[in-house]
Design a protein around this ligand. Structure first.
Ligand SMILES: NC(=O)c1ccc[n+]([C@@H]2O[C@H](COP(=O)([O-])OP(=O)(O)OC[C@H]3O[C@@H](n4cnc5c(N)ncnc54)[C@H](OP(=O)(O)O)[C@@H]3O)[C@@H](O)[C@H]2O)c1
Length: 310
């Protein structure tokens, strides 16, 4: 029987990876929703049923979800979009009898955090509570740690390509749990195809300390990166909060430091138990596998190129 998967935010990076994988499933049909369908490139655009609308256009959202067996939200934006935009999709799913909703998560285990700890994840806490209270729509939350592509994105603050330096806070023995976009999309596609998959699903490509990432880097590229310590995790905590207090509007000056803190302090780690084995056809791509798949001079641009080959 055909399964219809609705992808909200189909112009995005993760959405396009997901759509390209779902197209390989014989019995899956895709509906896509976005603000500007002309941004969906060929051949994807001719293989999915696209509809146009804003996240808060109730009637357009409702007609998009109608007939779907599962809706996957791939939005990424401000708090209003991530909380109220997602609630609008959940309401539409309830009204149209869509039984499953995959929340726009793909992150650390925010269920272990309090509201206000890692502020960009507060909307996800609200959306999970909203889904938990639904009778008709079951929520699905796919947790993958961080995306490896983001770790090497200059804005994140861990990798300086010019000086080949890995920068870190803490002892250097903290674990980074991470997954590639593609690998997370493969797992998400398997979840979409499994009508019984609901609730929290944890999938992690690889776990490694910054020292182990440096060793893999040297093994793969033949270059030993420098390791630069910026202080303890307590120092990081004080630093990120002081930047926020000084200039709260300048979110990008401190947001990635908050991510670095909660990614590595262990509080929101996925493990030790994960659901990797649930779909054995999805092979985890670990840190070293990832580095082998990307030429060194493309590590910086790998994040912005996600979804472009689809
Ligand atoms: N764990 C990690 O390290 C990590 C890192 C990055 C992302 N993520 C997660 O991955 C998921 C997808 O992220 P991504 O990197 O694929 O994001 P992305 O490439 O920036 O795509 C975001 C999508 O949201 C849409 N969007 C933004 N603002 C909107 C609005 N006001 N109304 C309607 N649509 C709007 C965009 O549409 P337009 O094309 O019209 O702008 C686009 O389709 C999110 O859940 C995000 O939290 C996790």
């Amino acid at each position: 029987m055909t399964i219809t998967v609705g992808i909200a935010g189909i112009t995005g990076k993760f959405a396009r990876e997901l759509a390209s994988i779902l197209l390989k499933y014989p019995d899956i049909k895709i509906k896509g929703y976005c603000r500007d369908p002309s941004k969906v490139p060929e051949p994807l655009s001719s293989k999915v049923e696209l509809s146009k609308g804003d996240a808060f256009d109730t009637s357009a959202v409702r007609s998009f979800v109608a007939g779907c067996d599962v809706v996957v939200c791939c939005y990424l934006g401000d708090g209003k979009l991530m909380a109220d935009g997602q609630k609008a999709l959940v309401d539409a799913c309830a009204a149209e009898g869509v039984p499953r909703y995959v929340a726009s998560d793909w992150t650390l285990d925010y269920t272990k955090l309090k509201l206000g700890d890692l502020f960009p994840k507060d909307p996800m806490i609200h959306v999970k509570a909203y889904l938990d209270a639904q009778d008709k729509v079951k929520g699905v939350h796919i947790l993958v740690g961080m995306f490896m592509e983001v770790f090497f994105n200059p804005v994140f603050g861990t990798w300086d390509a010019d000086s080949a330096t890995l920068k870190y806070w803490g002892t250097g023995n903290e674990i980074w749990e991470a997954t590639t976009y593609r690998n997370a999309a493969e797992y998400t596609a398997a979840v979409c195809a499994d009508k019984n998959a609901v609730g929290i699903k944890k999938f992690v490509g690889g776990r490694a300390t910054i020292r182990e990432i440096a060793e893999s880097f040297e093994k793969v590229y033949g270059v030993k990166p420098k390791l630069e310590n910026h202080g303890s995790l307590d120092d990081l905590f004080r630093h990120m909060h002081s930047l926020r207090e000084k200039d709260p509007q300048n979110v990008f000056s401190y947001m990635f430091l908050f991510y670095q803190y909660y990614m590595t302090n262990g509080q929101a780690h996925l493990g030790p138990e994960c659901d990797n084995d649930q779909y054995p056809q999805v092979k985890p791509v670990n840190w070293e596998d990832y580095l082998r798949s990307v030429p060194k001079d493309q590590l910086l641009s790998a994040h912005s190129n996600v979804g472009k080959s689809t």
